[in-house]
Write a protein that binds this ligand. Sequence first.
Ligand SMILES: Nc1ncnc2c1ncn2[C@@H]1O[C@H](COP(=O)(O)OP(=O)(O)O)[C@@H](O)[C@H]1O
Ligand SMILES: [Mg+2]
Length: 247
Amino acid sequence: MSTKIIEFDRVVAGYSPSLTILNETTLDAAAGAITLLIGPNGAGKSTVLKTLFGLLTPRAGEIRFEGRRINGRQPRALLADGIAFVPQGRNLFGSLSVRHNLELGGITLPRSLLAQRIEEVLARFPRIRERIDNQASTLSGGEQKQLEVGRALLLRPRVLLIDEPSIGLSPRLVQDVMTLLRTLADAGTTVLMVEQNVRTALKYANRALVLEMGRLALDRPASELLHDPDLNRLFLGGHAGTAASVQ
Ligand SMILES: Nc1ncnc2c1ncn2[C@@H]1O[C@H](COP(=O)(O)OP(=O)(O)O)[C@@H](O)[C@H]1O
Ligand SMILES: [Mg+2]
């Protein structure tokens, strides 16, 4: 039996009182697994991650982390609790050095511990180490995503939330990022990932949750969904996407 480390229990949330995006959303993520959150554009996938990370406050329902209610907790407190978030897009300070970006990610750590943790991250990412004194903006897209993940790992999170890490990366770099997430999960980190690159992500994930209009429409083992001939229809939910979106 897997442990539900993250639970959404009939969560209602949105960007204004009149705009409900998560509509009694109920879902969970198992400890030490990669849970993939997929669904049409606008389904509320990013909103799930933002609400979980305390960037939006639920209006109703309950969010639990390791069985404890975390509604209304601020991102800083959640980071300290062991939840890290790598948002979609570029999230580095491009004009600062790679080292400086890492240091900012561990700013809450005592200085000596920070140095040790940075060393641990650099041991995992040799290409980042080679560029440690370079401006972050000079790194390739894949290296920048690695740096973002590395920065998130400084606090040794138990849960890593990551939103569309493959955007803008070549297929090979996408494989690298997915392999990294798989390695982290195999070492016990829980990964909750939103990804449009569904076919590739399913190969690395344990489980897939399909979100449609802010509600869980499907909950399946990733390998099962990957081999489902109806994957396109299931994933797209009859909405705006095209079959070409399922790569
Ligand atoms: N900052 C925001 N302010 C207002 N509405 C937003 C904001 N971010 C997202 N939305 C709306 O919330 C809905 C769900 O968005 P999102 O969670 O980003 O979807 P997904 O990640 O599944 O594509 C969309 O209709 C989107 O337009
Ligand atoms: Mg999104």
